[in-house]
Design a protein around this ligand. Structure first.
Ligand code: ZN
Length: 407
């Protein structure tokens, strides 16, 4: 047994909910399979970025996969464009994009253009625009999203978002975030592209069709999270494990691509509550039965319910996840199960509360006395309290692959 599956349930951790009898959604959920695994495994709690730190989903995943964010995190845009299969080159600046709707005064009416489902026919007009030696590259993402790259000399990622992150306010001018001529140049070039893009999008006949149907036109490119290219040691080289990612959400596919894993597409993996979790787990088992040594499987919607404050939805979605875990009860691999951060329903946002973690593998792990996979139960587990950066070393050790230090 020298292969491993890592399952991350996004935003799983929570705080006690009075309406659930003082239990968290995970504690209140019906989880016989997760509990059976906890009884056979070793458990603990984990803070991806350290005690008291509130992680983003991008930074927390990098840490859990063993990449120190101080050294390897180069902005969300970098990871998003990696997830779209866009190759970054040294000197590139990458942004996350949305197609949104603005009125004649450039006031944002809808940040997602009515949750438009395909940006492809719109962004094709923007891809390849050039200005002052810089080329704009745009590729459609899922739904209203798009990946954006600026390619050319003398660029800097130290620029602000033009996305104001709320409706009813004017889109922002991009401005430099430091005094360098590169940041000023990049802001100027991007502002030019955004104005040109607005003209091209407004002229797109598909937008006239949308308006005729009463739909908000996709007439503005909202960009945020500028990042830059960085070469990192790929996960397979770092750990000697051929690795794959199975995820619905673009960011998590991006984390997989960015760290040099193969991203395996799974029909029905949506990143939404309707996602086919069993199909994801089956794909992970198939990958591990084949050439892969490590499968990272991501489940998103726990976080979405937490951000909506929907504790019943979160509990019911955890019930659904648990049903799928039946497939993994007798998996012939090391199984590590955790979350990237807590998203307490009472807060509707990420928090620094630790999340439960367990590692299960017959003959590989010492068991402890914990037989429930929950925030408080796992707090009594023998793994204690880990940081994200300690997760991969522990997995490598349990797989028997850790290098001897000394003689
Ligand atoms: Zn997350």
């Amino acid at each position: 047994m020298n292969k491993a599956m890592l399952v991350v349930m996004d935003g799983l951790g929570d705080r006690p909910v009075r309406e659930l009898g003082g239990l968290t959604p995970l504690e209140a959920a019906h989880t016989p399979n997760l509990d059976a695994l906890a009884a056979r495994g070793i458990t603990g709690v984990m803070n991806a970025l350290g005690v008291g730190q509130r992680p983003g989903s991008d930074t927390s995943h990098l840490a859990i996969l063993g990449y120190d964010i101080e050294r390897y995190y180069t902005g969300r845009g970098t990871i998003e464009v990696a997830g779209l299969g866009m190759d970054l080159e040294a000197g590139d600046v990458a942004l996350r994009g949305n197609l949104g709707t603005v009125d004649d005064n450039l006031t944002v009416v809808d940040r997602r253009a009515g949750r438009i489902t395909d940006t492809g026919p719109f962004v094709k007009d923007l891809d390849g625009l050039t200005y002052e030696g810089v080329t704009l590259k745009v590729r459609p993402g899922t739904g209203h999203r798009a990946g954006v790259i600026l390619r050319g000399p003398n660029l800097s990622f130290r620029i602000s978002d033009n996305d104001p992150h709320e409706v009813g306010v004017k889109v922002h001018e991009v401005h430099p975030l430091d005094d360098s001529p590169e940041a000023a140049f990049t802001a100027k070039v991007l502002n030019h592209f955004l104005a040109e893009a607005h003209l091209l999008l407004a002229q797109n006949p598909l937008n006239q069709e949308r308006v005729a149907k009463g739909l908000p036109p996709a007439n503005y490119l909202l960009g945020r999270g500028a990042g830059y290219y960085k070469k990192i040691e790929p996960f397979p080289a770092r750990y000697g494990l051929k690795a794959c990612t199975i995820a619905g959400g673009g960011l998590y596919k991006g984390v997989g691509s960015f760290t040099g894993m193969d991203v395996i597409p799974v029909p029905g993996a949506t990143g939404l509550p309707d996602t086919d979790i069993e199909a994801k787990f089956r794909a992970g088992l198939t990958a591990l039965a084949g050439p892969y040594d490590f499968a990272f499987v991501h489940v998103k919607a726990t976080d979405t319910f937490g951000e909506d404050g929907d504790y019943l939805g979160k509990m019911n979605f955890i019930n659904k996840i648990d049903l799928a875990f039946e497939l993994l009860l007798d998996a012939p691999h090391l199984l590590a199960v955790t979350a990237d951060h807590s998203t307490p329903c009472a807060l509707k946002k990420h928090s620094g509360d630790p999340v439960p973690i367990m590692m299960v593998g017959e003959g590989l792990v010492r068991t402890d006395d914990v037989s429930q996979f929950g925030e408080r139960a796992c707090g009594r587990g023998a793994l204690g309290r880990l940081t994200g950066l300690q997760v991969m070393p522990e997995i490598i050790n349990l797989l028997g692959l850790a290098k001897l230090i000394g003689d």
